[in-house]
Write a protein that binds this ligand. Structure first.
Ligand SMILES: Cc1cc2nc3c(=O)[nH]c(=O)nc-3n(C[C@H](O)[C@H](O)[C@H](O)COP(=O)(O)O)c2cc1C
Ligand code: SF4
Length: 783
């Protein structure tokens, strides 16, 4: 067959192959083994998926006779997209809806990227129309009745917008569905597609439900939501294409007085599941109505809030950034949106820059130093003056990172943790117990981020500018006033998506009632503070102004405020050096002059000493010293509060640790001793109220003890009436003219927690120890 030459060639090739084999056989065998193992592994894996899918919990509707799922998880085509007629509920034996079937998920497993794809689709397709869809469940027709009221209201709102000019966008007439008669998969497994003629239409689910502690369709519905979220084959947020959702619950407070006892629990659960399924698209907070009292009015308010949000969405094309809520059905109520949590602390060391430390470019015109403590009333901003907090400065970055909204160049606003707490029905700050300030109606702001002290316990220290003179550009009070309000409302609006926010409180919060001028810095540092106060009062916003007793001229010139505070952190000349670390060399003289001014003002303004006790610094043997100060200024009130530990390097550098935070028992012992000393001197004070949660106690002058009762609260409307009368005809008034009786629960010995609020204990805290326990080691001083 082969000639000798060919045979020889073949032999050489064979020998060469054998040689190659011997050289490379080990790596080759290894490669083959790896390929075989990988193949076997894949086979095994695909087999093991079958039992896993079988382990998905059976649908609660598994016994239902109608198994026709209309949509697969990847394709959603509504079968009945026209408004459905409401069918009368047909009572069922076990409450299960007769028409709904087991969830059938067809096709491939939708990858989690579907959500992302949808998001990108959303971006491409701007929202032009909002289509509200009302879902309700009702066994004894109450909720159905209210659902029809909502239907009419939304229909009227859509009608109002039916202007030919605005037809290109707007609110569409609502649709309504009885939860008992829909196929859940049509609406709660995926979102109906917008009509092809109007691809910018997006749906908002408005869900109205009662609560039943017996088995009803609501259990089935909740089961579906749970199952949809937990079905591994379905995107965890398959309803994220909605423009949003909101839930309103009806319950009976006579039988289930509190949420802990079961009031509206199923509405709360549905709200949480919907947060998960929509990817946290709660457009408006959960509304709750008691069918025996306020259901109609609460629903009206909720409806109005919804309509406002619809307008916002149509204007802005979406929900905005929102405040993240976990939406976790179980855990979300545990969330703490405390921006003041020490989570920022670790970055502080890097961002600690005092404005004084920032070098001014030597080529630029240096700001003209104006000694603000001697400056005349009409301050004109130097054209060459620098901005106090320029947008490019590290101070700006640090403050905004901490949640401040910087307004103009030297003012700021921030919503405090108590405002958030009150929005969630969890209690207000101590100023509610003592003076009736409801925290969700309170704006915390300052027209001057600069301060003339460097207090060791100021948790903002290092991020706020300091200085003894105003040498910056001055913004107009109008600009500051409008800016802080806008900043505040924007922050409040972001709270609407936070789990647990109450619809009624959210609605109330959209009208500021109080302004705590105490955020950071020194408000009377601002040259136009009086004009700023006029603006607050003109809108019936009460003013609580805190100053640090370092600016006597400004204090003297200050017009009426609702309540005037002076921070007192030391009882003798030496302590302030260690605690407040004032920048003024004549700080003690300034302080003494401020006390004299306060004494003069005490029959015109409500004057308050705020004592912050720092164990080891200003508590021991300080009672006599503080009593001397009280005797000098005779303030209307003395607030005594334990320092809150902030853990900054500044405080640590000053030797402040958790050991310096006094226990509540230590505060109360101090208060009792101070009170005894004031009594011994015949000054006429008594212990009026307490807020144990904030480690705060209130001593009050007997002027506010009338007919055997403390009157530490404020009648705000009366204050504004008197103020307007004074402005009109010069009739002066005194602090006693607008006092109100203190609530029983706030009195000394009662703890000071409003029984109408929900008490939330942090994990691991002993409920029984709250009164008399150490304060939370957070960096959030109630201002
Ligand atoms: C058997 C029964 C159980 C109820 N359970 C609760 C409950 O746990 N929590 C609650 O807030 N209200 C509860 N309610 C009150 C109803 O939620 C309330 O009456 C509601 O308006 C009923 O709405 P509907 O007429 O639309 O069915 C219950 C009522 C009944 C009759
Ligand atoms: S802590 Fe201060 S800012 Fe916050 S609610 Fe109370 S008074 Fe207002």
């Amino acid at each position: 067959m082969f000639d000798p030459i060919q045979r020889k060639s073949l032999l050489i090739i064979s020998i060469a192959l054998v040689a190659v084999w011997h050289t490379y056989r080990l790596p080759l065998l290894g490669l083959v083994a790896v390929v075989l193992v990988l193949h076997a592994y894949r086979q095994l894996q695909s087999k093991s998926k079958t039992p896993a899918s079988a382990s998905v919990p059976p649908s609660p509707r598994a016994l239902s006779p109608s198994p026709d799922a209309k949509f697969s998880a990847t394709e959603s085509e509504p079968s009945t997209w026209a408004t459905k007629e409401i069918k009368k509920p047909v009572p069922s034996v076990n409450g299960n809806p007769p028409t709904v079937g087991p969830k059938r998920v067809q096709g491939k497993k939708p990858a989690k990227t579907i959500g992302k794809r949808r998001e990108s689709e959303e971006k491409i397709q701007p929202i032009t129309h909002i289509q509200p869809i009302i879902f309700f469940a009702s066994l004894t027709t109450t909720t159905e009745r209210y659902a029809n009221v909502l239907l009419e209201d939304l229909r009227a709102a859509a009608q109002d917008q039916a202007d030919p000019e605005t037809r290109a966008s707007g609110l569409l007439p609502p649709q309504i569905h009885d939860i008992s008669y829909i196929d859940f998969d049509d609406f709660f497994l995926s979102v109906p597609k917008p009509p092809s003629t109007s691809p910018g239409t997006r749906y908002v689910y408005c869900i109205l439900v009662p609560t039943y502690n017996i088995d009803t369709v609501l259990n089935t519905f909740l089961g579906h939501l749970d199952e949809t979220h937990n079905d591994f084959r379905i995107d965890t947020a398959p309803l994220s294409q909605l423009a949003g959702y909101s839930v309103f619950g009806f319950g009976d407070k006579e039988e289930w007085p509190t949420e802990e006892e079961g009031f509206c629990t199923q509405a709360k659960d549905i709200d949480r599941w919907m947060a998960k399924l929509t990817g946290r698209k709660r457009v408006y907070p959960l509304g709750l109505g008691d069918v025996k009292s306020d259901a109609a009015s609460a629903l009206k308010e909720w409806t109005k809030g919804l309509q406002d949000i619809f307008s916002d969405i149509l204007k802005t094309g979406g929900l905005g950034e929102g405040v993240e809520g976990s939406g976790d059905a179980v855990e979300s109520d545990e969330e703490d949106f405390d921006e003041n949590e020490p989570k920022f602390q670790k970055d502080k060391a890097q961002t600690m820059v005092d404005l004084e430390d920032i070098k001014v470019n030597s080529n630029s015109a240096a700001p003209v130093p104006v000694d603000f403590t001697t400056v005349g009333k009409s301050v004109v901003s130097e054209p060459t003056a620098k901005e106090m907090v320029p947008k490019t400065s590290p101070t700006y970055a640090a403050l905004t990172k901490q949640g401040y909204t910087i307004v103009g160049s030297h003012s700021g606003v921030k919503i405090c943790r108590w405002t958030k707490s009150a929005l969630r029905g969890r209690g207000s700050c101590y100023k509610f117990s003592f003076y009736g300030i409801r925290s969700h109606l309170c704006m915390e702001a300052t027209p001057s981020l600069s301060c003339s002290n460097k207090c060791i316990f100021c948790w903002r220290h290092g991020t706020n500018p300091v200085g003894t003179t105003w040498r910056w550009k001055v913004d107009s009070p109008e600009m500051i006033f409008n800016g802080v309000k806008e900043g505040h409302y924007k922050k409040i609006k972001l709270m609407r998506a936070v789990p647990g926010v109450r619809a009624e409180r959210f609605a109330e919060a959209m009208r500021i009632r109080h302004c705590a001028l105490s955020l950071v810095g020194e408000p009377i540092f601002y040259p136009h503070i009086n004009r700023f106060l006029d603006m607050l009062h003109a809108e019936h916003i009460s003013s609580f102004l805190v100053c640090n007793a370092q600016h006597p001229d400004q204090l003297e010139a200050l017009k009426r405020v609702t309540q005037l505070y002076v921070s007192i952190d030391a009882s003798d000349r030496e302590s302030p050096r260690k605690i407040d670390r004032p920048l003024h060399r004549d700080f003690w003289e300034r302080f003494q002059r401020c006390l004299d001014i306060l004494r003069e003002k005490r029959h015109v303004q409500r004057t308050v000493f705020r004592l912050t006790l720092v164990k080891g610094f200003n508590v021991d043997d300080a009672v006599i010293g503080y009593a001397n100060l009280v005797e000098k200024a005779l303030p209307c009130f003395v607030e005594i509060k334990g320092v809150t530990y902030c853990g900054t390097s500044t405080s640590a550098g000053a030797g402040l640790t958790m050991q310096n935070v006094p226990f509540y028992e230590e505060i109360t012992s101090f208060v009792v001793a101070l009170n005894a000393e004031l009594e011994r001197r015949g000054l006429g004070y008594g212990i009026a109220a307490e807020h144990a949660h904030s480690c705060c106690v209130l001593l009050a002058s007997d002027r506010f003890h009338v007919n055997g009762k403390w009157h530490t609260r404020i009648d705000y409307e009366r204050f504004f009436e008197l103020l307007e009368r004074e402005e009109a005809d010069g009739t002066s008034f005194t602090p006693e003219d607008y006092m109100r009786e203190t609530e029983e629960w706030a009195l000394w010995g009662r703890g000071g927690f409003d029984p109408n609020d929900e008490r939330v204990y942090r994990k691991g805290r002993n409920k029984g120890k709250t009164i008399g326990a150490a304060p939370e080691p957070t960096a959030s001083p109630a201002s």
